[in-house]
Design a protein around this ligand. Structure first.
Ligand code: ACM
Length: 386
């Protein structure tokens, strides 16, 4: 029975299917934020009530369930989606019905909708620093492997351009369907080991990412000499891959569990208390947590579920996130985010190696690519700190 006095919001993350590991962490981040908001008295004295559906990682289901949430459950604010293909299903639905849609996932950029608040990194916040780091640390010959859908194909296009600017070269590119298992990656793993590129850029997502890293290890690939670098592979997936096959590999993201700051310690403590462990905390889960808190602050200010007024309150809003200070950019509805590069150690833990000095303005259309500017903006992290 729903509480008549609650603020109802729609939540669409998959707890089954190929991207359930990461989407479960996004759901957890969302629910933790709602618990915190409600425990502090709710919004104007009323609790936030999530209406959650599981799209089962089936792309078309996201659009159908968004429609159901809006038409039957009468929500006007929606939180959800990991894969860009699922976001593209939901986008026309929320635009047609003028619903506010919070998307807490890194993506390929080149999109803007007045109905969207984008909480994950754009290529200038992750691809550009990663390309710079790979070429400076390992070399300029990079092999691309991806899942076969819009994010990997578009993300590779951007990455190729960024690498070229720095004198880099793409020495191979392969895409794989979502049902590819470890055996299905055996050929490309062997090919990479024989070709000996300087690094691999992986846009393989979800369960199949675990199989790809394991297949590379089984073929003799070693992350300590030729790492797989990714924008998506996270703590939960590294735990599933296991330290032996994961060691040496690299991820660029705004947030890692290893951040040593009061805000992150507080976040991890609350997460562990609610879910029993912090094993599956991820960057996208942290983004989901931040977006719900920022929404609640805007709702407190506005006092009604009005898309135009909420958007106005959200644009320019700031939050002291577990990753550091962030801000929604009024120019484009994306978020100023921190940027870090971390490498897996022998114990299977990410160790942060590089970070930017302050949050980076999102540039979803890559108007200012500037790989040559990048090194001026980063600093080496001496110890495992913010
Ligand atoms: C993604 O599909 N945006 C990871």
């Amino acid at each position: 029975m729903s509480n008549q006095e609650s603020w109802r919001v729609g939540v669409l993350f998959s707890t089954s299917g190929v991207t359930s590991i990461i989407e479960q962490s996004q759901l957890n981040g969302t629910l933790l934020a709602i618990d915190e908001i409600n425990a502090a008295g709710g919004v104007r004295g009323r609790p936030i009530e999530p209406i959650c559906y599981n799209p089962d990682s089936v792309v078309a289901r996201y659009g159908e369930l968004a429609e159901k949430l809006i038409v039957e459950d009468r929500i006007t604010a929606l939180f959800g989606c990991y894969m860009s293909s699922s976001r593209k299903e939901v986008l026309p639905v929320v635009e047609r019905r003028n619903v506010l849609f919070f998307y807490p996932t890194l993506y390929e950029g080149f999109e803007y909708s007045p109905n969207m608040i984008y909480g994950g990194a754009t290529p200038n916040q992750n691809s550009v620093p990663l390309a710079n780091y790979l070429m400076n640390t390992f070399g300029k010959r990079i092999f691309f492997v991806g899942s076969d859908y819009i994010y990997p194909r578009e993300s590779n296009r951007v990455m190729r351009n960024v690498l070229r600017q720095g004198g880099g070269e793409v020495v191979g590119e392969r895409f794989y369907p979502f049902d590819t298992d470890m055996a299905g990656f055996a050929d490309v793993a062997r090919e990479i080991v024989e070709l000996q590129p300087d690094a691999i850029f992986s846009t393989v997502v979800g369960q199949m990412c675990i199989d790809f890293y394991r297949a590379y290890h089984a073929a003799g690939g070693d992350g300590r000499t030729c790492p797989i670098a990714s924008l998506t592979t996270n703590e939960a997936e590294i735990a599933a891959i296991g330290p032996e096959a994961a060691v040496g590999h690299i991820t660029a993201a705004p947030y890692f569990r290893a951040i040593n700051s009061p805000a992150n310690r507080k976040f991890l403590k609350a997460y562990g208390q609610k879910f029993g462990s912090v094993r599956d905390v991820t960057s996208c889960g942290e983004a989901a947590y931040c977006q719900m808190h920022m929404f609640a602050t805007a709702l407190e200010e506005v006092g009604e579920m009005d898309t135009e007024r909420l958007r106005e309150a959200l644009l320019g809003a700031t939050f002291d996130a577990p990753q550091g200070h962030i801000k929604i950019d009024p120019d484009n509805n994306h978020t100023y985010l921190q940027s870090r590069i971390a490498r897996v150690n022998e114990q299977g833990e990410f160790i942060i190696e590089n970070k930017v000095r302050r949050a980076i303005k999102p540039d979803p259309y890559l108007v200012y690519p500037g790989i040559h500017d990048w090194s001026l903006r980063t600093q080496k992290v001496a110890q495992q700190t913010v």
